[in-house]
Design a protein around this ligand. Structure first.
Ligand code: TRP
Length: 448
């Protein structure tokens, strides 16, 4: 009955895959634009607090559950509490993966397209690029196909090796760009916007957005870390692994902001560009900098690779579910699963000016997010569903499975957790669910 499951070949392999999942467009595309939309530094500070007091302790819980049960999110819940309604939380996680991948893949397609735009040296206007329906759908489909072919062929060999080489290159490139952007006249104001908090700007909606972004960036709230934890050996240290992942993920996001905001203010543009922000600011920066065209091509290649390690993880959750629970053949279901996600993503691809209905979709009220279908998906799945999923999963792990069982699991491989497990149990059972619950009340406009 037991199906032979894979395992990470080493601790490094796991950390790279999980960090590869976490680091992606969320850090370099989504983080700067939500910071811009939500007023700057106060949001950044709140985001950092949420990463430390909610994201990281919550990540321990997902990893522990995954390693304990060795299953996808649905199977994990079923193994602990068979036949209960809790299973719905697992399904929600799997579906959230589809929802995120459906709009994330569209943006990954834009990123890929920009490699060629910069290569040819004709960047043109971003707004008209994303309003070109066939081009955008083609790039989106291409990126999803690339993701599917890697998930189909096995993750360990190719992509891990490339990621290992290319991610440090991205890091160095970001440092270079920070130095350059901050040397531009007028960039100082950008730093003030980014780093000098004005707390009078904080609202309940902004706090929810900061929490959602913390979950999104760390790949939490939908069981991805349950899935990746399920391939983890008992010898590995869950605590230190999670701390590495959280540290690098947060560092890359902060670095992206240190490029975007100084450059943006130096160009006299507005931080309120929404999803277009990095695509408008960065190419301009590259085109005016000496040798910038080459740097730009390089940058968008690296960003595409970062996005690819994230799209792989998003597709992997669906695939792990279908393989474990439906006993389907991995190689056979990868392409249909990717095709399904592609279909769901078409409205997002068409929502940036090409089709009016999707551009002004507006089902979710304006006070919560922009009306275009892509932004609505991003809010529904990338913010709300992750926060809600994390609320349910922290209750499930803290109370149903039990914080003491989770603690036992974490202690294997992390003996020093002995010193802090009481605080952690309090956080996973009370602090984390209560804070998330309060922030979710915003959806109903109870306070803002
Ligand atoms: N964390 C990724 C990013 O920042 C996106 C992502 C990949 C994700 N897998 C996830 C988000 C799982 C939530 C859940 O780009």
């Amino acid at each position: 009955m037991e199906v032979q499951r894979g395992q990470w070949s080493s601790k490094m392999g796991f950390i790279l895959a999980a960090a590869g999942s976490a680091i992606g467009l969320g850090n370099i595309w989504r983080f700067p634009y939500v910071v811009g939309e939500n007023g700057g530094a106060a949001f950044v500070l709140l985001y950092l607090i949420f990463v430390v007091v909610i994201g990281l302790p919550y990540m321990f819980a997902e990893l522990a559950l995954g390693r304990f049960v060795q299953r996808n999110p649905v199977g994990a819940i079923e193994a602990i509490r068979p036949g209960s309604l809790w299973k719905g939380v697992g399904y929600l996680g799997v579906f959230t993966g589809v929802g995120i991948l459906s709009f994330y893949g569209v943006v990954a397609g834009w990123t890929f397209g920009y490699i060629f735009k910069l290569m040819l040296g004709v960047v043109g206007d971003f707004a008209s690029f994303i309003a070109d329906p066939w081009l955008v759908i083609f790039l989106f489909a291409f990126f999803i196909a690339l993701t599917a072919s890697i998930v189909h062929g096995g993750v360990e060999g190719g992509i891990e090796k490339w990621a290992k080489i290319l991610m440090p290159v991205l890091f160095v490139l970001l440092i270079g760009l920070i130095v350059y952007a901050n040397s531009l006249p007028g960039s100082g104001e950008g730093l003030v916007f980014y780093l000098n908090p004005d707390f009078s700007k904080l609202t309940g909606k902004i706090a929810l957005e900061a929490l959602g972004q913390a979950f999104f960036s760390l790949s939490l709230g939908m069981g991805l870390m349950i899935t990746y934890g399920s391939y983890l050996s008992k010898k590995e240290n869950i605590i230190s692994s999670a701390l590495y992942i959280g540290f690098f993920d947060t560092l890359i996001a902060i670095m992206a902001g240190l490029i975007i905001f100084p450059a943006l203010f130096a160009m006299g543009a507005s931080p309120n560009e929404g999803p277009a922000l990095v695509f408008v600011v960065l190419p301009d920066l590259f085109l005016q900098m000496p040798g910038g065209a080459v740097v730009g091509v390089f940058f968008f290649i690296l960003l595409s690779v970062a996005a690819l390690t994230s799209t792989i993880s998003l597709l992997e959750v669906q695939v792990a579910f279908l393989v474990d629970e439906k006993k389907l053949n991995r190689k056979m279901i990868v392409w249909p699963a990717a095709g399904f996600t592609l279909l769901i993503g078409i409205p997002s691809a068409l929502s940036q000016g090409s089709v009016d209905f999707f551009t002004n979709f507006g089902l979710i009220p304006e006070r919560l997010c922009a009306p275009d279908f892509l932004s609505q998906m991003s809010f529904l799945f990338g913010t709300f569903s992750l926060a809600f999923g994390a609320l349910m999963l922290s209750i499930f792990i803290g109370w149903v499975w039990g914080a003491d069982k989770a603690t036992e699991e974490i202690l294997q491989g992390s003996p020093s957790f002995q010193k802090t497990h009481k605080i952690w149990a309090f956080m996973i059972r009370y602090f984390i669910p209560i804070i998330i619950f309060i922030l979710l009340l915003n959806i109903f406009g109870i306070f803002n």
